[in-house]
Design a protein around this ligand. Structure first.
Ligand SMILES: NC(=O)c1ccc[n+]([C@@H]2O[C@H](COP(=O)([O-])OP(=O)(O)OC[C@H]3O[C@@H](n4cnc5c(N)ncnc54)[C@H](OP(=O)(O)O)[C@@H]3O)[C@@H](O)[C@H]2O)c1
Length: 265
């Protein structure tokens, strides 16, 4: 069977754990080359050792740093661009973090980091990747008898709580509401130029996210009992493979993915 993402070059931020790591695995399985980013270099090296250095390159560092962002995109071109010096054409802005609590109750000392990681880093990578995608001659491929431009994607991880504001994590929610706005605005800007900007909004996914956000294990266990089985990182990764593997003229631009039993948020 043909691989769904053959000849694509991906950048995935936050690939040392959770959704990003699952995504790197699924992408490689579908024939895609991947540049993986996160701060924990040892985890990235493990991923590269498992998936093979022909398919995976790594750039360790803070995804909000402009120099790291440039290195990510340069590495995609240098490692996998081939003689045509192609740019990354599947950029997944996934790195992010949660924070339990409201404006009144959350740990204020973490607000700056949340805004920097969830919003500023996303905006910087959208800007850098978008500019490069616009500069590159997109080439054309034949699909079902019609000549179409080849797909180019920027996929952004929002959250269900960016859409349906949740009282238990309203500060985190507001960063994901910002991401939703950024994604939709960029979709309207780049869609007419053939670039698909897609927002993926998961609900509960069991990963390192809960510990980083500071959720109490007892509270999360209650959520599991109420809504479980929760989503796995692979569930979200498989959804993103599906979105990215559509023909270039088809754009599923907004996906909300929940555990079936989670009615709200
Ligand atoms: N899990 C959920 O329930 C859920 C629900 C909705 C949306 N989301 C969103 O989905 C995305 C992925 O979440 P997840 O569940 O996979 O979380 P996770 O398991 O905690 O993974 C987060 C990843 O982001 C990386 N990261 C964090 N800060 C970074 C930074 N400054 N620079 C580079 N990498 C950074 C982490 O790696 P290092 O620590 O090695 O840097 C890790 O690889 C996030 O944007 C999150 O907001 C998650």
């Amino acid at each position: 069977m043909a691989h769904l993402l053959q000849n694509r070059i991906a950048v995935v931020t936050g690939a040392s754990a959770g959704i990003g790591e699952a995504l790197a695995r699924e992408f490689v399985e579908e024939g895609c080359k991947v540049v993986a980013n996160a701060r924990r270099e040892d985890r990235l090296e493990q991923l590269r050792a498992t998936l093979g250095s022909q398919a995976v390159s790594t750039v360790a560092g803070d995804c909000a740093e402009p120099a790291v962002i440039e290195r990510l995109l340069d590495t995609a071109r240098a490692s996998f661009g081939g003689s045509r010096a192609s740019e990354a054409d599947l950029v997944v802005i996934n790195a992010g973090r949660g924070l339990g609590g409201t404006a009144l109750t959350s740990d204020e000392s973490q607000w700056d980091d949340l805004i920097r990681t969830n919003i500023i880093a996303a905006a910087r990578l959208i800007r850098a990747a978008g500019k490069r995608m616009l500069e590159v001659e997109s080439g054309e491929v034949r699909h079902d008898g019609v000549w179409l431009r080849r797909p180019r994607d920027i996929v952004i991880l929002g959250s269900v709580v960016g859409r349906h504001v949740s009282p238990f994590s309203s500060f985190y929610s507001c960063t994901k509401a910002a991401v939703q706005t950024l994604a939709e605005g960029t979709r309207r800007e780049l869609g007419p130029k053939g670039i698909r900007v897609t927002l993926v909004e998961p609900a509960f996914v069991t990963s390192e996210f809960q510990a980083v956000a500071g959720y109490s294990p007892q509270w999360y266990q209650q959520m599991v009992e109420k809504f479980g089985p929760m989503l796995t990182p692979r569930d979200v990764a498989r959804t993103i493979v599906f979105l990215a593997s559509q023909p270039a003229n088809v754009h599923i631009s907004d996906v909300l993915i929940r555990p079936t039993r989670q009615e709200y948020p």
